[in-house]
Design a protein around this ligand. Structure first.
Ligand code: PAF
Length: 282
């Protein structure tokens, strides 16, 4: 695996491979890699003959400075893990100046309203930060295909919008959520949970599974009340939001239409650690 530590090294590498006619698959990450990330690289490996990954902890997408400070930094272990899978041909580790040559500030985006729902309401500026770094990475890597996990479903939909509206010609591939044994969605933040809380956190996905059972049997108001009641009795987790949204617009719905598809979204706090999850409603 090649390790590319600057924009210039990446450019030379991409040009060389483009000349050879390679189809490029790309999966950007912020490191602290786990099986969820490995599933992105594995998906890219199947559909491309060159796979590029990146690790860059993007400061502008953290609305909470403590979260940026505490974000796990595990570069050496990440490199070893990538080397052991053999799915990645090149790892791009840009410097902050490669991503933000004119100062660490995000641009301002209109993602057609997708940015105003859920995470956008609770994490001011988050999607501007994501859009800025992903657009820059796309311009530098120039992939044919890019891979994003469904755990950050709103991010995935926003990146699809970005690629289409900027006519970047990059196909965005959703990759299903990978879960721990108890159902907890894999996330780099899980490392910060105590083993007791991590075990208990299986209840987040179990709640979404129950929502799926209640879907089309109960009204949305009744479902929301039940979810709030579950969390009112919870010892470890505080509910930040629970929303059932239209999968296309991501707008919260208060009524189910037969010809639309829906997804349940949840954000909870375990102490100061924020966890999110979502589930398509069958
Ligand atoms: O999902 C992530 O890890 C990040 O938001 C991303 C897409 C790498 C941008 O920093």
């Amino acid at each position: 695996m090649e390790i590319l530590r600057s924009k210039e090294a990446l450019r030379a590498y991409i040009e060389r491979n483009r000349e050879m006619g390679k189809i490029i698959g790309f999966a950007p990450t912020m490191g602290a890699l786990h099986d969820g990330h490995l599933s992105l690289f594995a998906a890219a490996r199947k559909e491309n003959n060159l796979v590029v990954a990146s690790i860059f902890i993007n400061p502008t997408q953290f609305n909470n400075p403590a979260d940026l400070h505490n974000y796990p930094r595990t570069m050496e272990a990440d490199i070893q893990l990538l080397q052991s899978t053999g799915d990645v041909d090149a790892l791009y580790i840009p410097a902050v100046s490669d991503m933000y040559p004119h100062g660490t500030k995000s641009k301002s985006y209109d993602f057609g309203g997708l940015e105003n729902q859920m995470e956008g309401r609770f994490r001011t500026g988050h999607f501007d930060g994501v859009g800025t770094v992903v657009e820059e990475l796309f311009l530098q890597v120039r992939p044919d295909n890019a891979y994003f996990g469904e755990k950050d479903y709103q991010q995935l939909r926003i990146i699809e919008h970005l690629s289409q509206s900027k006519k970047m010609g990059i196909k965005i591939h959703p990759v299903p959520i990978m879960r721990e044994k108890n159902g907890l969605a894999m996330s780099s933040r899980n490392e910060r949970l105590s083993s007791e809380v991590r075990q208990a956190a299986g209840m987040i996905y179990q709640t979404l599974q129950r929502v799926d059972e209640w879907f089309r049997v109960l009204s949305i108001e009744e479902i929301k009340k039940r979810v709030e009641d579950i969390f009112a009795k919870e010892k470890y987790f505080n509910l930040e939001y629970f929303v059932i949204a239209d999968e296309q617009t991501l707008e919260e719905t208060d009524f189910f239409y037969k010809d639309r598809s829906y997804r349940a979204f949840i954000a909870v706090y375990a102490g100061e650690i924020r966890l999110i999850d979502n589930k398509h409603l069958e």
